[in-house]
Ligand binder design. Structure first.
Ligand code: PMP
Length: 338
């Protein structure tokens, strides 16, 4: 790819695309939004790394605290992977317990603990056995399995679930009730869902207050950045509780400028609605899907898997997509595959 503007992108040969990847879901305002460009350019001229805390970092943190009711304190990192990694550590330090419960089909970034999936393949991914045994994978949406696990193991620090999972609200509320009763922390990974599915996070979507949340992507206005937020007493294990939080580019001023600029630039409710309506999962791999996908690419419709909208997508983009979708289906139908 060469450049992007709003909901469109152009490759190095000049082909135009509707952008349905929107920076892996991070560009909720679309490509090169003027307010973001202006904020980043202004900050660039003021300095891109000033070492101690900056005023723009404080504005960014205040904005998140104001929008997300479960966030009493927040700490910035550089990616979603780091946010989850730090959140796991905080939960472990706060509870004095070691294990994390997660769900088998969830993705929480590529750190060792988050990547634990299957005892047969973990070692092949280079995950140490000690780390692998500190993570318990449970089948998705099975409250009974969670209850049995929490009752049979008293070394569990937290249960983590993925905010972009299409879970029933009863399941999430059940998780909250169970974890509270068993003295285990509840953590939501909002790296994809944050500021897209609901502006106020887990509380707005499920009426559930998590103890700890991990954010990234939209949080930083399309620049690299992530954050851990949650109950003040839990976040206080950083510093006062001895957990260190170094990181050269934590809360870097460019990401802070982009993240802090988002709020005044658009109607957040419309933005959320827009982003959510196409936030579904793509179908599993099979030959027909692959063939369809090739046709979509031939029709300059998408360049890869995974679909996210931005607030810059208008009816014209959707109409264009539907037309191309029909054209792609027609071409595949001609081959007799469908
Ligand atoms: N959590 C979830 C739910 C994700 O989808 C991802 C990546 N898409 C991550 C964590 C990791 O985020 P990052 O790519 O910023 O490290």
């Amino acid at each position: 790819m060469d450049r992007g503007k709003g909901p469109r992108k152009w490759d190095i040969d000049g082909n135009e695309y509707v952008d349905y990847r929107t920076g892996h879901g991070s560009m909720i305002l679309g490509q090169a939004h003027p307010a973001i460009v202006d904020a980043v350019q202004t900050q660039m001229a003021k300095g891109t790394h000033l070492s101690p805390c900056t005023e723009v970092e404080i504005r960014w943190a205040s904005l998140i605290k104001q929008i997300v009711p479960s966030v009493e304190k927040v700490r910035f990192v550089s990616s979603g992977t780091e946010a989850v990694m730090m959140a796991f550590r905080i939960c472990r330090r706060f509870t004095g317990k070691e294990k994390i419960v997660k769900f088998a089909d969830a993705f929480h970034g590529w750190s060792d603990a988050a990547y634990v999936t299957d005892p047969d393949t973990d070692a092949a991914y280079g995950i140490p056995s000690g780390t692998a045994s500190s993570v318990i994978n449970l089948p998705p949406h099975d409250l009974e399995a969670v209850e049995n696990t929490l009752k049979s193991d008293d070394d569990i620090a937290a249960v983590v679930f993925q905010g972009n999972d299409v879970a029933r609200p009863e399941f999430i509320r059940g998780l909250r009730e169970l974890t509270e009763r068993m003295g285990v922390l509840l953590m939501i990974d909002e790296v994809v869902s944050g500021f897209r599915w609901s502006m106020s996070g887990c509380k707005g979507r499920y009426d559930v207050t998590p103890d700890v949340s991990a954010f990234a992507k939209i949080l930083a206005g399309g620049l690299p950045g992530g954050a851990v937020g949650g109950r003040a007493d839990i976040l206080d294990v950083i510093g006062q509780g001895g957990v260190r939080h170094p990181g050269t580019f934590n809360a870097n001023p460019l990401s802070a400028a982009a993240g802090a600029t988002r709020a005044p630039t658009f109607d957040r409710r419309a933005d959320c609605r827009n982003g959510r309506s196409v936030g579904g999962k793509t179908p599993g791999r099979n030959k027909r899907v692959d063939q369809l996908q090739m046709e979509f690419i031939n029709q300059s419709m998408v360049e890869s898997r995974g679909v996210h909208l931005s607030s810059s997508h208008q009816d014209s983009e959707i109409d264009f997509t539907v037309d191309k979708f029909e054209a792609a289906l027609t071409e595949v139908r001609k081959t007799g595959a469908i």
